[in-house]
Design a binder for this molecule. Structure first.
Ligand code: DAH
Length: 341
């Protein structure tokens, strides 16, 4: 019996459990009803009187060692589980006050969509990863046009035909290729340019493009649509000014200014004392673009416009550094939803 107890002690000493199941097997083996300890205590009754004292001490020691091992291993498993968070206290109070807020760019984008939808423009989107045809060629960009230059456009080295779109004008092409006029749509989306990041430029930003193609669409329609938009977006007394410009996909083309919404056109440091701030490019869709998209320019005409959502947002909310829109600082981002009506 003495030898047996020695062996069991060595076994207990060497034992460790990888799983709770293994520990339970161990407990049953030693402390279970038909376990080692009960067997030994039963045998103990037959131990000769002169050995009883010594055997009693050894047996009790074995019993204690087995129990200590079981307790220690059990504690280990419990500690592991609580580290995993299984004993999360769900009764602790929670701060229910936190509410998300819409990003300022999305507030303005939604507002722009709403303004145009009131006069019948619907919304479509196109892919951010584009090909040369939709971003440039179909829009009448000459092969050597500087906008294709590596400095502005993010090209994929292995396949220069795949680019990140530099403007949402690409969606004009995608829509005209599969829709026959009348078309009255706006295309919001993110665009990418290889520019050094500063307060006034970023390698990605957002635009809203507009397209109206039908029979007898005139420059007067373009002007009136833009005036309506400016008044709705800024204020009823906003005036607009169209300056001749050049874009390959419109002819004639114009850049549009609004009367400065900070000084009302009197002149301030914001508008550099001109009374005007530029907000978008526009023009009559170039007949070549219509042709490229399978629309007969002898039958149809159209106008298009494109503007930066960051620019409009800066004007509405008087934000001076557009990097703040992508820094994800909630102290900045949370200020706008409640400020807007
Ligand atoms: N795509 C131009 C840009 O990113 C903006 C633009 C100008 C769009 C004139 C138009 C337009 O549709 O007619 O700078």
């Amino acid at each position: 019996m003495r030898e047996q107890i020695k062996q069991y002690l060595a076994e207990i000493d060497a034992f460790s459990a990888k799983t709770k199941d293994e520990l339970e097997q161990f407990r049953i083996r030693f402390s279970g009803k038909k376990g080692v300890l009960n067997d030994l205590f039963a045998e103990f009754k037959n131990v000769a009187a002169e050995e009883r004292k010594e055997m009693g001490v050894l047996l009790n020691d074995l019993k204690n060692k087995a129990q200590q091992k079981i307790d220690a291993l059990r504690e280990n498993f419990e500690a592991e589980e609580s580290a995993k968070g299984d004993d999360l206290d769900l009764s602790l109070p929670v701060n229910f006050d936190f509410q998300g807020s819409r990003h300022p760019l999305m507030i303005i984008r939604n507002r722009m969509i709403e303004i145009f939808s009131r006069i019948g423009f619907t919304v479509a989107e196109g892919p951010e990863i584009e090909d040369d045809w939709h971003n440039f060629s179909a829009l009448n960009f000459a092969p050597e046009h500087p906008a294709r230059d590596m400095q502005d456009t993010f090209f994929i080295e292995e396949n220069p035909d795949i680019i990140l779109r530099t403007h949402t004008s690409s969606v004009q092409v995608r829509v005209m290729e599969k829709t026959s006029p009348p078309i009255r749509m706006i295309f919001p989306g993110r665009v990418y340019r290889n520019e050094a990041i500063s307060a006034r430029a970023h390698c990605f930003f957002h635009q809203i493009e507009g397209l109206y193609v039908d029979k007898n669409v005139s420059f007067a329609d373009l002007r009136q649509t833009m005036l309506y938009f400016a008044k709705e977006m800024f204020s009823a007394d906003t005036r607009i000014r169209l300056r001749p410009s050049y874009f390959p996909f419109t002819e004639p083309s114009a850049e549009m200014d609004i009367s400065c919404n900070l000084c009302g056109g009197k002149g301030c440091s914001f508008c550099k004392y001109t009374g005007w701030v530029e907000i978008l490019g526009c023009g009559m869709v170039n007949p070549n673009v219509l042709k490229n998209c399978g629309i007969d320019p002898e039958v149809y005409s159209g106008f298009a416009f494109g503007m930066g959502v960051e620019r409009i947002t800066n004007l509405v909310f008087n934000v001076k550094d557009l990097r703040m829109f992508s820094e994800n600082d909630v102290r900045f981002l949370q200020q706008f939803e409640s400020a807007w009506q």
